[in-house]
Design a protein. Structure first.
Length: 144
């Protein structure tokens, strides 16, 4: 599908608003996709999961997210594929209720797509204090 730049660029600048920030806390969601990559500096291999948010968790008031379209929010969580870090990925399989007995990582990772998850989101400020970043501090399946 070709991008319609005429439509995008016709928006009046005075109608552009900064999106409302997500409150820190727990959200429900589902894993939308995954991809393999490596870190820029150390070239450490990892798998990145994209997570679509579906609703606020019990620790977030619906009023806090009333003006935020959570269906448009996509978070991400990386899992390093090193011997010392693989246990975290195995914990995710466990909490998602995925049977991995006798199966390799390559066979099991695709089973996480569409898994229902709880997403713990934290916030942090940029060094200059002008921006707020949202991080996935924890990810676990709802089968836990």
């Amino acid at each position: 599908m070709a991008v319609n730049f005429q439509s995008l660029l016709s928006k009046p600048v005075d109608q552009i608003k900064e999106p409302a920030p997500l409150p820190a806390g727990t959200y429900t969601g589902s894993i939308k996709s995954y991809k393999f990559d490596e870190s820029r500096e150390k070239k450490t291999p990892y798998v990145r999961f994209e997570i679509g948010l579906t609703g606020p968790g019990a620790d977030i008031s619906p009023d806090e997210v009333a003006e935020i379209d959570l269906t448009k929010k996509v978070m991400r969580r990386d899992y390093y594929l090193t011997e010392d870090a693989l246990f975290r990925l195995k914990q995710l399989f466990d909490t998602c209720g995925i049977d991995y007995a006798g199966r390799s990582l390559a066979e099991v990772i695709p089973d996480l797509v569409h898994a229902e998850v709880l997403v713990a989101i934290t916030t942090r400020s940029s060094e200059d204090g002008k921006k707020i970043y949202f991080d996935v501090a924890d990810l676990k399946g709802t089968a836990a």
